[in-house]
Design a protein around this ligand. Structure first.
Ligand code: NI
Length: 383
């Protein structure tokens, strides 16, 4: 069944609103996965048989062999109670598509429908990745482990950007997002009566030294021309007023824009914590949980993304790097490609309970990814 563009646009907006009303958390996207599969089947688009609990990979093969291009969307929602002023609010209380992954899914689905209509003219393969669990940074890894991307020559992904107007599109050469790491610190000391501190070694005092000392890594060790963030976001210790506790727990995140800074900050944290442990005679354990590295765009493909943006009527912008994280970065460690930000109109930022997307941004983005995929196959065939 061939759908004309007016019908397709209407269908995609409906599809997105349905996802918006039925959001699912990371790795629990069962209904969402089912809906994507049904939509793909309605157009006879091949779904790859892979051992994925949630998420879908589909494929369109052209009439002649050639390179393989991948288009990637993410499909999961967030544990946020929706307060957005929309006619189609979430019906799963406490869960919300507050990052617009419903939009990304619908954009790439639309591109797949458009590409299916011209499959005879394509020289090569286009693979569509509907990735689960982006918010927890587990999904890209699961997709890569299926091996379905082993032969991919170039990969393209998107995020909506409420700071850009509808009709604007942006990206940049090289690093676009931050590497996102999480850390935990456990201080084990000796508790005492609050009136007899000399009988113990107070973990709360130790914690206060940890907080100050760790911030000096950013202010005194990282060069001013480099950017990095170290945020301590949780502290737990003690439970009453007249007892010095025997332990403390801290958790936080580090955001960096280069491999060197990333490794350096982890090493400095270890050194500083070891020193504080020796100073106060306490056992301090440090746990570093690496998340995705930076989205790092191949300059040639970033230029190409701008070129297709101009061709499809977008106003293109070179963006600044952002301290948000995105596990699209894991694909780029293996495959050249580019991550593109598509204007979604605002005014509320990503992850805000009032976040909403201007749906007029949807179909032009599908057409953009259609043109990008067709152009990328042609470009790769010329190499
Ligand atoms: Ni997101």
């Amino acid at each position: 069944m061939t759908i004309n563009n007016t019908e397709l646009e209407k269908y995609l907006v409906e599809f997105k609103r349905d996802l918006h009303m039925n959001p699912e958390l990371s790795n629990e996207e069962y209904e969402t996965t089912q809906k994507i599969k049904e939509a793909l089947k309605s157009q006879n688009i091949t779904i790859l048989d892979l051992p994925l609990q949630t998420g879908v990979i589909a494929e369109i093969k052209g009439s002649t062999p050639g390179p393989t291009i991948a288009l990637r969307a993410d499909i999961d929602a967030l544990p946020i109670l929706e307060q957005a002023d929309v006619a189609f609010p979430s019906t799963n209380k406490g869960i919300m598509h507050a990052c617009g992954h419903d939009f990304h899914t619908s954009v790439i689905l639309g591109a797949a429908f458009l590409l299916k209509q011209v499959e005879e003219k394509l020289a090569g393969t286009i693979r569509f990745i509907f990735q689960p669990a982006e918010e927890t940074s587990h999904g890209a890894k699961a997709i890569l482990e299926t091996g379905a991307l082993d032969d991919v020559d170039a990969i393209f992904g998107l995020h909506n950007d409420p700071t850009l107007r509808v009709g604007e599109l942006g990206t940049k050469h090289g690093v676009l997002t931050a590497a996102v790491d999480r850390f935990e610190i456990k201080v084990t000391a000796t508790g005492a009566h609050a009136a007899k501190p000399e009988e113990g070694n107070d973990p709360i005092i130790i914690t206060s030294h940890i907080i100050s000392a760790l911030q000096t890594i950013i202010s005194r060790n990282v060069a001013p021309r480099e950017a990095a963030v170290l945020s301590i976001t949780q502290i737990h210790s003690g439970n009453t007023w007249n007892v010095i506790p025997d332990s403390a727990y801290l958790e936080g995140t580090v955001r960096t824009f280069s491999r060197t800074e990333r490794a350096f900050i982890e090493k400095r944290m270890q050194q500083v914590l070891h020193g504080i442990g020796v100073t106060f005679d306490a056992n301090i354990e440090f746990f570093w949980h690496p998340g995705p590295p930076s989205v790092d765009n191949t300059p040639e493909w970033a230029d190409f993304a701008f070129e297709i943006g101009d061709k499809t009527g977008y106003t293109t912008k070179t963006l600044e790097a952002s301290s948000i994280g995105e596990d699209f970065a894991l694909y780029q460690e293996k495959i050249p490609g580019v991550f593109v930000m598509i204007g979604s109109g605002g005014p509320y930022d990503l992850h805000h309970p009032k976040f909403k997307i201007d749906d007029t941004a949807l179909f032009p983005a599908s057409q953009y990814f259609y043109e990008l995929a067709v152009g990328a196959l042609e470009k790769s065939n010329l190499k």
